[in-house]
Design a protein around this ligand. Structure first.
Ligand code: AVJ
Length: 321
């Protein structure tokens, strides 16, 4: 059975075909791995919002506390007439806290692949800031993009990447993404990026293993999605979530484990899982200040300023050329 056979059969449905190719490639590789963006279908996005409300998941609360305390100071540093380009539109709470303090912002450019969440956050933001020009981009922010022509000349373009989503990227990919932002922001621009900080194992592991089991549901929802969208037959009762902190690498490594030996249909592929075989589905990297400065440097960027929440669990970093 050749790759070409898929290409012919799926020609009319390019998106599914792409999804199938991504998943088959990941399940053929050794060890098996699937990309973490697969988490975010409608249910996955709703589950992530629930994760943010779990007592163990400190990241979101810390980042909001940080903004509550420092947004005024951040806005002052950025100055007036900023164009704000946001990677991932999120649900815009953080953006609102920041925009509230910006003096005469030129435009907000949310970038989000899925049109539904994009439309939601646009509506919410338009409600808060009726005067603010919104220029949405429904594209994959990891791909090269062309920013829309702003309604007037910005003094500065700031790429905002909150939530420690950068932690989902391995170091090389994270550096590449920062380099891409660097070219988009131009000479006078900057990058405002959320980065979760290294801390004791217990705190970090608890955040990815909440007692209510929401994170486990979030992880396994990836298989539910593949069953629905690709006609796979993952037995949801025979796989489980595991999130372990690899202190050497400074990251949470989330795996889906197979309880037993089993076969799963993925398109025309039969995938064999051994008993206790682990499939990697997510990294969530944690940084020291040194780690992050080194990462920025490899992308030709310098850390100009770092803000923390009151408990110093989370950081917001401002990078420029
Ligand atoms: C949305 C990438 C910031 O890595 O902490 C939460 C996703 N995964 N719990 C993170 C996530 C499991 C989250 N980010």
């Amino acid at each position: 059975m050749s790759v070409q056979a898929y290409a012919v059969r799926d020609e009319q449905r390019p998106p599914d075909n792409l999804l199938l190719q991504v998943v088959q490639r990941g399940l053929r590789s050794q060890p098996k791995r699937l990309p973490s963006w697969l988490f975010y279908d409608e249910r996955g996005s709703a589950l992530f919002e629930q994760i943010c409300e779990q007592p163990e998941y400190y990241l979101t609360r810390a980042e909001i506390a940080l903004l509550n305390q420092h947004a005024g100071e951040i806005a002052e540093l950025l100055g007036p007439d900023v164009r704000m380009v946001e990677y991932g539109s999120g649900h815009a709470i953080k953006t609102r806290l920041l925009l509230e303090h910006l003096v005469t912002p030129v435009a907000w450019v949310p970038i989000e692949l899925s049109p539904e969440p994009l439309r939601h956050s646009m509506e919410r933001m338009a409600g808060y800031f009726p005067q603010l020009p919104i220029q949405p981009l429904a594209v994959d922010f990891t791909r090269p993009l062309r920013l829309p022509v702003p309604p007037r000349a910005p003094r500065r373009t700031v790429v905002y990447f909150p939530g420690s989503t950068i932690g989902n990227f391995e170091e090389r990919d994270a550096a590449q993404l920062l380099r891409k932002m660097r070219s988009e922001m131009g000479d006078n621009g900057g990058i405002l990026v959320g980065a979760d900080l290294k801390k004791d194992r217990a705190t970090i592991e608890a955040a990815y293993n909440d007692r209510a089991g929401v994170t486990a549901q979030f992880t396994l929802n990836m298989l539910t999605r593949l069953n629905r969208e690709l006609g796979c037959n993952f037995d949801l009762g025979a796989f489980r979530h595991r999130a372990h902190y690899n202190a050497m690498a400074g990251r949470i490594e989330t795996h889906i484990l197979s309880d037993r030996e089993q076969r799963v249909r993925v398109g025309r592929l039969q995938v064999l899982f051994r008993e206790e075989e682990a499939m990697l589905v997510e990294y969530s990297c944690k940084y020291s200040l040194q780690d992050f400065a080194a990462l920025a440097a490899t992308a030709g960027l310098a850390v100009r300023q770092v803000w923390f929440d009151p408990e110093r669990k989370f950081s917001l970093q401002y990078l420029t050329r």
